[in-house]
Design a protein around this ligand. Structure first.
Ligand code: HEC
Length: 151
């Protein structure tokens, strides 16, 4: 079983770039989108992105992350600018949704629940493609088969 790459994309990508500039993810991925997504759920995502992803996001993600991605629960839930959403394979997004995330922080633990049990492979693929469309530069094209292989 693979474990989620927590504290994930931001620190990991910066590490790569410092250790090996030739491997810098900024050269492989488009630059992170640093402005928040529109607050209106109807805006911000192209019409050809699977609407199943929007339904999953609305029911399971928006309460903590907000439609803008700026996070309502805690600043740690802010997603704006995270490199994970610019990875066309969305591998970290899928792992975090499947496995959740936990980070000890100032005597408390910041938690994102796991959704691997709650959602089907197709639902997780759809929400990954939706959040990369909403919060990244371009939508990923994760398939249900790829999610199944990541479990
Ligand atoms: C209970 C609140 C909560 C819910 C619900 C939630 N998240 Fe999170 N999420 C968080 C928190 C808090 C973090 C930061 C965790 C950390 O820093 O280790 C996070 C982190 C993430 C990350 C990693 C961002 C990065 O920096 O790379 C992704 C991707 C993500 N969430 C997507 C989702 C998606 C998609 C859903 C819905 C299926 C969802 N989250 C539902 C609280 C939540």
């Amino acid at each position: 079983m693979r474990s989620a790459i927590i504290s994930s994309s931001r620190s990991q990508f910066v590490g790569h770039c410092i250790d090996d500039p030739a491997f810098c993810c900024r050269s492989r991925f488009p630059p992170p989108r640093i402005e928040p997504a529109p607050a209106a759920p109807k805006l911000g995502v192209a019409a050809d992105v699977d609407p199943l992803g929007k339904r999953v996001f609305e029911g399971a993600c928006a309460a903590c992350h907000d439609w803008t991605g700026s996070g309502t629960l805690t600043p740690y839930a802010a997603l704006t600018g995270a490199g994970a959403f610019n990875d066309p394979s969305a591998v970290n997004v899928v792992q975090v949704v499947l496995k959740g995330a936990q980070r000890p922080m100032l005597g408390a633990t910041v938690v994102m629940p796991s959704f691997g049990e709650a959602f089907s492979d197709a639902e997780i693929a759809a929400v990954a493609n939706y959040v990369t469309a909403r919060l990244g530069s371009a939508p990923s094209r994760v398939t249900a088969q790829q999610v199944a292989a990541s479990r």
